[in-house]
Design a protein around this ligand. Structure first.
Ligand code: PAF
Length: 331
């Protein structure tokens, strides 16, 4: 017994102490459950960590972030619904299902709308993007900032893609996003909307031929392990958003709200830095991982744009040609 006490009593005391410390601290600390679809090493993980660092440092640890990476709280739609009912405090999500909550968001999902990252960032950070963030309140959500993933490209296991005819009948997983679905239907593909947690399994089993995502996702989710062809199509910009739950937000002091906003702004800078890096080094990385990579020339992209003309008619009806032209004309 004495031997037992010698070896285990200090450990038991340490456990008891940390339990007391934990329960003591728990009354003073608020846990922030932060869910996101990708690994901690992805652009979402980098942004989440920066957000946490700023908030935890500037509130003397009164808030403690708990990360749920890799869809640990479910698909993006489920996590957003969790914010609405107050079971999750915060998330970083793509625009995948956002237009199902705030339809105006879908304008940014229109293919070939933005020239480059700088154009997209200017629009999202300017009045058009900020007006759309403000609309989230009426959907029972608080949108703090636009982040991003980069430009989306197509990967698949069937064939290389150089022209619209090459996507004919291609079983291509899309996000649950009506704007993207319309685009791929118009191109003659067979778009299959699917929540992200099911995608890798479906690619492995061959129930879909391919998917489309930015280099930031293709590299961090190691899609080269399950996909042969990468077509650098840049067919659409992929925004992301930092959202918090209204119940949680309304309980914060004005001072704490400012800290969360500041953390979100710094998280966006970190996320954009990651995306810049993925855009410049991702293709080489994926070639080295064995992918067969083809990049659409500007003439080939123009052929895709031309094939999308009927879809643009629908986008003009939904979002208004004036708004779309205003976005395109933004310098
Ligand atoms: O394709 C998607 O669903 C999204 O881009 C992803 C990978 C979940 C990141 O938000």
């Amino acid at each position: 017994m004495q031997q037992f006490l010698k070896h285990f009593a200090p450990a038991a005391a340490a456990v008891a102490f940390s339990f007391a410390a934990f329960t003591g601290a728990a009354s003073a600390q608020q846990e922030i459950k932060l869910g996101y679809a990708l690994a901690t090493t992805s652009h979402y993980g980098v942004a989440a960590t920066k957000w946490q660092e700023v908030v935890e440092a500037e509130t003397d640890g009164r808030f403690v972030f708990r990360h749920f990476p890799s869809s640990g709280l479910g698909g993006e739609r489920e996590v957003i619904e969790g914010l609405q009912i107050g079971t999750v405090e915060a998330t970083i999500v793509s625009s995948g299902t956002l237009s199902n909550f705030v339809p105006e968001t879908g304008v940014f999902d229109i293919p070939f709308l933005f020239r480059d990252l700088s154009h997209a960032r200017t629009v999202l950070d300017g009045p058009i993007g900020q007006d759309i963030l403000a609309k989230f309140e009426s959907a029972g959500l608080v949108a703090l900032a636009w982040g991003e993933q980069g430009f989306r490209h197509i990967t698949n296991n069937r064939n290389a893609i150089a022209a619209p005819a090459d996507v004919a009948g291609l079983k291509l997983r899309t996000m649950e996003n009506p704007i993207h679905i319309t685009a791929f239907q118009t191109l003659g593909a067979a778009p299959t909307p699917m929540a992200w947690p099911e995608v890798i399994g479906a690619l492995e089993q061959g129930t879909i031929d391919g998917q489309e995502n930015p280099l930031s996702v293709i590299t961090s989710a190691k899609l080269s392990e399950v996909q042969k062809y990468l077509t650098v199509s840049g067919h659409v910009y992929s925004p992301a958003m930092l959202l918090v739950a209204p119940d949680f937000w309304n309980g914060l002091s004005d001072e704490d709200k400012e800290v969360f906003k500041k953390g979100a702004a710094e998280a966006v800078v970190a996320m954009r830095g990651f995306v810049d890096n993925a855009e410049s080094s991702g293709v080489e990385q994926l070639k080295a991982a064995g992918m067969d990579v083809g990049e659409l020339s500007s003439e080939q992209k123009a052929a895709f744009q031309e094939a999308l003309a009927p879809a643009y008619e629908q986008y003009y009806n939904t979002y208004g040609k004036d708004l779309i032209d205003q976005i395109i004309a933004t310098e």
